[in-house]
Design a binder for this molecule. Structure first.
Ligand code: COS
Length: 385
């Protein structure tokens, strides 16, 4: 259910204050220690951030997509590590259950996701199945009241913290592509489930990814999402359509913050006897960033509203993800350039932003996959008139 405008404004203001007063000041410590302080995690829980997208009936805030992207514009301003911690509960980790779960699955698994007591991860990618998600090899074969899972998942966001995983696995080995895939809820502590060491990464310190291995992992049959085999790939794609919109909003948020830092530095820095903001080559970079941020923001809001009106926004979500993630990369690059030598030094956030934003062009579907999907959908529309 959508919030009325004054409730939304109050929530957005609350998140903005939290970001400005708590998250941004903690960024350096989080980047250096690779850890989000437990006190901040607790405040995120208190604010309801883990349950933004979970229906109210299951303890969440039940926000509309439009409400959610307004929140993500704010939360996205802080280091992406913070968004990452709540991101899987709000997006890809929970939404398979929200969209396609049975009533019993929703009642059991969603409340602790909404409160943040449990972190939910999304396990699709494998060592040999990244962009080509439908080629995944993890198997799940039925044995009485259980499915036995075998295989390995790679680079799974929040896996080291996860209390449950939405796992895509092949239930029908005779169907090689998407049709043979089913989605399961696998809880931490299930025998045969293990999580690898967190990977060392280029950026986003404080956010953690790891491999997840299933070795004869026995999952109760009632954890098959929706209770129907063969629907798992479609569930994953629907979840990603929505997730891509959330990522796009986060890109807009961070790009807005980075532009503010570009402007502050340009106004403060003097060369050749003038503020560098007086120089048109600097002004052009500021103008390009402002324009692109505005374009991405409009795209994200328009697509979120269309989704709330039950339109199929798969193509548009890919267009948002493609444009917004590439856009924040350009904004972060210009910011380094405006900062000059200081932009390359770790004392300024410009250097960290530059590394942090790089992932946005890769996860939840690379820019190349977004382009392929947009082109395929557009050509299909052309063929069918
Ligand atoms: N909603 C509902 N159903 C969908 C769907 C969507 N958004 N997208 C695809 N499907 C359905 C299709 O309709 C098709 O069903 P039918 O066979 O019944 O017609 C089935 O799923 C297979 O779809 P498709 O043929 O498009 O699958 P492809 O193997 O060609 O894969 C891409 C398509 C490349 C777009 C997909 O694999 C993809 O998104 N890859 C990137 C994965 C990714 O984002 N990984 C990041 C990991 S999570 S951080």
């Amino acid at each position: 259910m959508a919030l009325d405008s004054s409730t939304r404004e109050a929530l957005v203001a609350e998140v903005r204050a939290f970001v400005t007063e708590q998250l941004i000041p903690a960024e350096r410590e989080v980047a250096d220690s690779d850890l989000i302080p437990p006190s901040i995690v607790e405040q995120m829980r208190q604010l309801g951030l883990f349950g933004l997208s979970v229906p109210e009936a299951y303890g969440g805030l039940g926000l509309s997509m439009e409400d959610e992207v307004y929140i993500m514009f704010e939360l996205g301003r802080a280091s992406p590590a913070f968004r990452s911690l709540i991101g899987t509960n709000v997006g890809i980790g929970s939404q398979g259950i929200v969209m396609d779960g049975t009533d019993a699955q929703k009642a059991r698994f969603l409340p602790p996701i909404a409160s943040g007591e449990v972190i939910a991860s999304f396990a699709l990618t494998e060592p040999e199945a990244g962009s080509d998600a439908a080629s995944l090899r993890t198997t799940a074969h039925r044995e009485g009241a259980f499915y036995v899972l075998n295989g390995a998942k790679r680079f799974i966001t929040n896996a080291p913290h996860a209390g449950l995983f939405t796992v895509m696995a092949r239930t029908d080995p005779d169907k090689p592509g998407a049709a043979g895939i089913s989605a399961f809820i696998v809880e931490k502590g299930t025998p045969g489930l293990s999580v690898g060491r967190p990977e060392r990464k280029m950026g986003q310190q404080g956010a953690h990814i790891a491999d997840v291995v299933f070795d004869n992992c026995r999952v109760p049959a009632e954890n098959l999402i929706g209770g129907i085999e063969g629907q798992g790939f479609k569930t994953a794609m629907k979840v990603l359509d929505r997730g891509r919109l959330g990522i796009s909003a986060a890109c807009v948020g961070l790009a807005s913050r980075i532009l503010e830092e570009s402007v502050a530095y340009a106004l403060e820095r003097r060369q050749f006897g003038h503020s560098i903001s007086d120089y048109q080559l600097i002004q052009a970079m500021i103008a390009d960033s402002r324009t692109e941020i505005y374009a991405a923001r409009c795209m994200v809001l328009e697509t979120a509203r269309a989704r709330d009106a039950d339109a199929d926004i798969g193509t548009e979500a890919s267009a948002c993800k493609l444009f917004a993630s590439e856009m924040v990369g350009r904004v972060a690059d210009r910011n380094v350039q405006i900062h000059g030598g200081a932009g390359y030094i770790a004392d300024y956030p410009a250097e960290r932003h530059y590394r942090d934003v790089r992932l946005y062009r890769i996860y939840e579907g690379t820019s190349e996959i977004q382009r392929l999907k947009i082109a395929r959908d557009t050509l299909r529309e052309g063929r069918t008139g």
